[in-house]
Design a protein around this ligand. Structure first.
Ligand code: PHE
Ligand code: ZN
Ligand code: ZN
Ligand code: ZN
Length: 268
């Protein structure tokens, strides 16, 4: 079950809000300048069985971090695949970012916790990026650090951006080229819908784009139409529907599980 936490985010707008599992309300934790480092602490305390790294987000913003939590595959069943699950932990200046994108961060945390208990044949990378709002800075940086070998082994990137607003529409998936791919196939099998027409243009970019551009099947999970509070000071905790957040987390989790669990061939 998805509950609520608060953490201090990246950006100039003060407190940002996040959500996480088990219905526990965890009070705001000690303020650290970088939300990324705080998320690392969170992942550690929740006993997520993963190797954590914190990366700089790149040359533009030295105070931004990417948080990468890697869950190694089962040693005997390693099939060489990598699956990525991402969100962004920064928000726009002046917007608390409850839905954009603390909602996605909480879903990543939840999935990291759940999958920690499941031996998989696939390596999982749970990632939250910094400086998304400044032009996908964190994700472009991280995607640029991937070797050709890693790119080839990465079968999908699942991006969740704005997945908890009570005032937004239904869950859709879309891709930078408008085509279906393995991620949308798995998402559709789990209950998400591929958007037929998406006219968000540049706005519709999120951290899946840099991975897609490196040739990795990638899709954005988001609710459409957007809520009226998008990028405003009203993007606050009270607008979040735990039910919607839970639903998205379950759908993406089911999709990831289809490809990452032992002895399950990837959909072709
Ligand atoms: N990239 C947008 C943001 O983080 C989110 C978005 C995605 C908005 C798709 C519209 C459509 O603000
Ligand atoms: Zn770097
Ligand atoms: Zn945004
Ligand atoms: Zn966003």
């Amino acid at each position: 079950a998805v509950g609520v936490i608060m953490f201090n985010g990246e950006g100039q707008s003060g407190n940002h809000f996040g959500y996480t599992y088990d219905g526990q309300d965890i009070p705001a934790v000690a303020i650290k300048r970088e939300a990324g480092l705080e998320l690392v602490e969170r992942l550690k305390t929740e006993e997520v069985n993963a190797t954590l790294t914190v990366e700089d987000a790149g040359p533009i913003d030295k105070t931004s971090y990417n948080v990468i939590a890697t869950k190694e595959p089962h040693k005997k069943k390693d099939n060489g695949q990598i699956v990525m699950i991402g969100a962004h932990h920064d928000s726009v200046a002046g917007g608390p970012g409850a839905n954009d994108d603390a909602s996605g961060v909480s879903a990543v945390l939840e999935l990291a916790k759940i999958m920690a208990k499941t031996p998989t044949d696939t390596e999982l990378r749970f990632m939250t990026f910094g400086a998304e709002e400044k032009g996908l800075v964190g994700s472009y940086h991280y995607a640029s650090t991937l070797s050709e070998d890693e790119v080839e082994r990465t079968v999908g990137h699942f991006q969740m951006d704005m997945v908890g607003s009570r005032d937004a529409g239904e869950l859709i998936m879309f891709t930078p080229d408008g085509q279906k791919n393995l991620v949308t196939d798995l998402g559709a099998a789990a209950g998400a819908r591929v958007a037929e027409v998406v006219e968000y243009g540049q706005l519709g970019r999120s951290d899946h784009v840099p991975f897609f551009q490196r040739g990795i099947p990638a899709a954005l999970f988001i609710h459409a139409p957007l809520e009226p509070w998008y990028h405003s000071p009203q993007d606050t905790l009270d607008k979040i529907s735990k039910e919607k957040l839970q639903e998205v987390t379950e759908i993406v989790g089911a999709a990831v599980y289809q490809i990452a669990r032992p002895d399950t061939p990837a959909l072709e």
